[in-house]
Design a binder for this molecule. Structure first.
Ligand SMILES: NC(=O)c1ccc[n+]([C@@H]2O[C@H](COP(=O)([O-])OP(=O)(O)OC[C@H]3O[C@@H](n4cnc5c(N)ncnc54)[C@H](O)[C@@H]3O)[C@@H](O)[C@H]2O)c1
Length: 376
C-alpha cells in the first residue's frame, strides 16, 4: 500500500521544466484535487518562466532542497532520460510518489534498481505513458477487449517522421536535444519515441512479444528507419512495427512532425487508429469494421477527442486518481515500471536483431544494447 498524503489536496512537485513540461503539467494545474506547489530545474530561468506561466509560487535549482519541501506529496519527473535512475532513487528515498517520463532508464539494470527503491519506500511509481491515455487508443483497446474484432491475428503500428510547421514544434528548445545526441543516450529515435509504439503494440492486445527480428538503417545521427516483425505469446498473433524518416516531407500536425497509423486485425473485423500526433487522413480518428456473419459494418468514431494533448491531461488525472484512491497499479490503466522495463528490452532487442541478423527474445536482454552504428 502506498504511503498516505498529508493534505486533502495532493501537492505536486515538477522536476525538470524543459520541452515536454508544457504538455505534462497542464493536467495537474487544471485538476482541483492537486496543486503544483514547486518546480525544480537546474536552469533556474526555465523554472522561473514556467512558474509564472502556471502560477506556481516556489522554484528550486537543487533537488535536495526541492525534496525537503514537505508540501510535495508526489513528483512528476521530466528530466533527461539518463537522469531518471538517480532521480527516481532520490525521490523514493524522500518517500514521495513518482510519475516518471519514458523511457524508464538507459538500462534494464537501472530500471530494476528503480523498481526496488520504490518498492522499499512503499510509494506509487508509474511511468507516464501518454499513449495509454489518448482517447482513440483507449477506445480501441476497449473494443478489442470486448471481442468486437474477434480474436486479434495481426498488429501493425506505423510511424512516419517528416517536417512540420506547427507552433508546438517551433517552441521546442534545441538544447533539449543535446543529451539525446551524445553518449548520454544508447539509442536514437527508437529509444526516444518508438518505445511508445512498442508499448502500444503489446497493451492494445494484452499480449507480450516473445521474439522479434528487425532490419534498421541509421539516417543522420538520430533517425533509425526500421521494420520489426513481432511474434507474440499467442502464436496465432503476429505483428509489424516500423518507422520511416522522410526528411523532405511536410506533415500536417499540431504537435510533432510525425504521423502514426495503427491497425489491429481480428478474425472477425479490424480496428484503425488513424492518427496520434499527426493529422494526415480525412478519416475518423477511430474506425471499426465488423465483418462477422456477413455484417460488413463500418463504424466511424468522428466524435472521439483526438487532440494529442488530451492524452497528457488524462495521464495526469490518472496519477492523481491512483494517489487519492490508492488504486492498485496492476489493475489500473497506467504503465507499471515492470511494463516499462519490458518495453526497454524490446527496444534493445530491435537493435540487437538488426546487428546480428537473428531473432531475439527481448526477455533475454538484461542490460542494454547500443543502436547499430554507435551512439547517436
Ligand atoms: N511523452 C512524450 O511524448 C515525451 C515527449 C518528449 C520527451 N519525453 C521525455 O521527457 C523527458 C524530458 O524530455 P524533454 O524533451 O523535456 O527534455 P529537455 O532537455 O527539454 O528538458 C529537461 C529539463 O530538465 C532539466 N534538468 C536537467 N538536469 C536536471 C537536474 N539534475 N535537476 C533538475 N532539472 C534538471 C533541464 O534543465 C531541462 O529543463 C525525457 O525522458 C523524454 O524522453 C516524453
Amino acid at each position: 500500500m502506498p504511503s498516505s498524503i498529508k493534505n486533502e489536496t495532493v501537492g505536486i512537485g515538477i522536476l525538470g521544466a524543459g520541452n515536454i513540461s508544457e504538455l505534462c503539467v497542464r493536467g495537474y494545474v487544471d485538476d482541483q484535487r492537486c496543486k503544483v506547489v514547486a518546480i525544480c530545474d537546474t536552469d533556474i530561468d526555465k523554472a522561473k518562466s514556467k512558474a509564472l506561466r502556471w502560477g506556481v509560487e516556489t522554484i528550486y535549482s537543487d533537488i535536495d532542497d526541492f525534496l525537503n519541501d514537505e508540501r510535495i506529496d508526489a513528483v512528476e519527473i521530466l528530466t533527461p532520460t539518463y537522469l531518471h535512475h538517480d532521480h527516481v532513487i532520490k525521490v523514493s528515498e524522500a518517500k514521495k510518489h513518482i510519475s516518471c517520463q519514458k523511457p524508464i532508464a538507459n538500462t534494464v539494470t537501472d530500471g530494476r534498481e528503480m523498481v526496488k527503491a520504490a518498492e522499499s519506500a512503499d510509494i506509487i511509481f508509474r511511468i507516464n505513458e501518454c499513449f495509454y491515455h489518448y482517447p482513440p487508443l483507449e477506445k480501441a483497446k476497449h473494443h478489442i477487449q470486448k471481442g468486437h474484432i474477434g480474436t486479434p491475428q495481426q498488429v501493425r503500428v506505423h510511424t512516419l517522421v517528416g517536417q512540420t510547421d506547427s507552433k508546438f514544434q517551433a517552441m521546442l528548445e534545441a538544447e533539449g536535444y543535446t543529451w539525446r545526441l551524445n553518449q548520454n543516450s544508447p539509442g536514437g529515435h527508437i529509444f526516444d519515441d518508438i518505445v511508445h509504439k512498442i508499448a502500444v503494440s503489446q497493451w492494445l492486445v494484452d499480449q507480450k512479444i516473445v521474439n522479434l527480428s528487425s532490419t534498421l538503417r541509421r539516417k543522420h545521427t538520430f533517425f533509425e528507419p526500421f521494420v520489426a516483425l513481432l511474434e507474440y505469446e499467442n502464436r496465432d498473433l503476429i505483428g509489424m512495427l516500423d518507422s520511416t524518416y522522410a526528411e523532405n516531407m511536410w506533415l500536417n500536425s499540431s504537435y510533432y512532425g510525425a504521423d502514426e497509423f495503427i491497425e489491429i486485425i481480428g478474425d472477425e473485423g479490424f480496428i484503425w487508429v488513424t492518427r496520434c500526433t499527426g493529422e494526415m487522413l480525412n478519416l475518423a480518428p477511430l474506425v471499426l469494421y465488423d465483418g462477422k456473419n456477413n455484417k460488413k459494418h463500418f463504424e466511424h468514431f468522428n466524435q472521439v477527442d483526438s487532440d494529442w494533448g488530451t492524452g497528457f491531461k488524462r495521464s495526469a488525472s490518472y496519477f492523481i486518481d491512483s494517489i487519492t484512491n490508492k488504486k492498485d497499479l496492476s489493475i489500473s490503466p497506467m504503465m507499471t515500471p515492470d511494463d516499462a522495463i519490458n518495453v526497454l528490452q524490446i527496444c534493445f532487442a530491435i537493435y540487437k536483431s538488426a546487428q546480428t541478423g537473428t531473432k531475439v527474445d527481448p526477455r533475454t536482454i538484461d542490460d542494454f544494447v547500443i543502436s547499430p552504428g554507435g551512439y547517436p
